[in-house]
Ligand binder design. Structure first.
Ligand code: HGY
Ligand code: MN
Ligand code: MN
Length: 351
């Protein structure tokens, strides 16, 4: 493949077709991950793309294949996700100055990010990814065809009270930001438990000044809310914000609310899904169609081209954790289905 790194740090390898002007299929996933992660979230999808090209052993098809390793998807480092795929989709928008500095520090020129945008010759986008949940394992199925990816909201929430001495400040005179945040976090959990299909998480909490003998003056929390139905998700976010305001008022705190992501749920492309389902069946594996609770670059790529995802079973249903794993026989199954997918695409491009 001819390989280059684009101005957003995406690694892009192109495998040419029988003719230079033929359209391209993109196969990819992300190279970044989360703190104390496993070894498969994201990178497995990139390696499977390379492996599929490798299996072609020089045989050229009636479409090009571009394998993409996206530079940033998780949103852990800069607070906003999908930086790599948004550059490729042409929806990067205003890029945070910290991101621009990191791109320059990496030796790239952020003024050229516009050049990362994929052309209009794209046939579609295929992403292989671990399921990151318990479903396929519960069915004892190696593969799952994704029909949709749930929408997600990410918010930075800051409770401000008054730091003070832990020994001399009576309980009724306190404006304890951490106690307020703790009460709110329990409300986040009960809101999600009361709404079918909703998940809500406070995964990060920073407390200032952070000393055991000082009442917390500031508590900075992350909020992550997801649901397949965008209206239900938005209603839940509004209710959770109302809880924050009520708790802050009652406790003499102030609360700030900065929405960092409001990502609508995305349906996968019906035609590519049919091709994937056909490919799983002809490869001799049981078929299961499912919704993804995790966000993926496919939801960004879907704004520019037909997108599809194939999940591999997550042993133990665990991910974003060092125990994240994948079975070798399931990787073989994904490769077999991937080969059938390419063949089906080749045939349909002929017709
Ligand atoms: O957070 C997610 O859903 C994914 O891991 N980026
Ligand atoms: Mn992830
Ligand atoms: Mn991922």
């Amino acid at each position: 493949m001819s390989v280059h790194v684009d101005a957003a740090g995406n690694i892009r390898g192109c495998y040419s077709a029988t003719q230079p002007s033929m359209p391209r299929l993109l196969i990819g996933s992300h190279l970044d991950t989360v703190p104390r992660a496993g070894a498969f979230d994201g990178v497995l999808g990139v390696v499977l793309g390379v492996a599929l090209v490798n299996l072609l052993a020089g045989r050229r098809l009636n479409f090009q294949i571009e394998v993409v390793g996206f530079s940033e998807e998780e949103g852990v480092r800069f607070g906003v996700p999908f930086i790599g795929s948004r550059a490729l989709a042409g929806t990067a928008g205003d890029i945070d100055v910290l991101v621009l500095d990191a791109i320059r520090a990496f030796g790239l020129d952020p003024s050229r990010i516009g050049e990362a945008r994929v052309g209009d010759d794209a046939l579609g986008y295929l992403e292989f990814h671990i399921e990151q949940g318990p479903l396929l394992e519960s069915l004892d199925f190696p593969l799952g065809v994704v029909e949709a990816i749930v929408g997600q909201s990410r918010v930075d929430v800051v409770f401000e009270g008054k730091a003070n001495h832990a020994g001399t400040t009576p309980m009724n005179l306190r404006r304890d930001a951490l106690a307020g945040a703790a009460e709110w976090i329990c409300k986040v959990e009960s809101e999600a438990q009361a709404t079918h299909g909703l998940v809500a998480t406070v995964g990060r909490l920073q407390v200032q000044p952070g000393a055991g003998n000082v009442i917390a003056g500031t508590a900075l929390a992350s909020l992550d809310v997801r649901h397949a139905d965008d209206a239900i998700r938005k209603r839940a976010v509004a209710a959770i914000q109302e809880h924050a305001n009520e708790i802050a008022t009652r406790r003499g705190l102030s609360v700030s609310w900065e929405c960092r992501l409001d990502q609508a749920s995305v349906a996968m492309d019906p035609l590519l899904m049919e091709n994937l389902k056909h490919s799983v069946r002809v490869s001799g594996y049981p078929l299961h169609q499912m919704v993804s609770g995790a966000g993926h670059d496919a939801m960004i790529m879907a704004t520019r081209m037909p997108a599809a995802m194939l999940f591999l079973r997550s042993p133990g249903g665990i991910s974003h954790h060092p125990d994240e794993n994948v079975r070798a026989e399931d990787v073989a199954a994904a490769l077999m289905a991937g080969e059938a997918f390419l063949e089906k695409l080749r045939e349909s491009a002929l017709s």
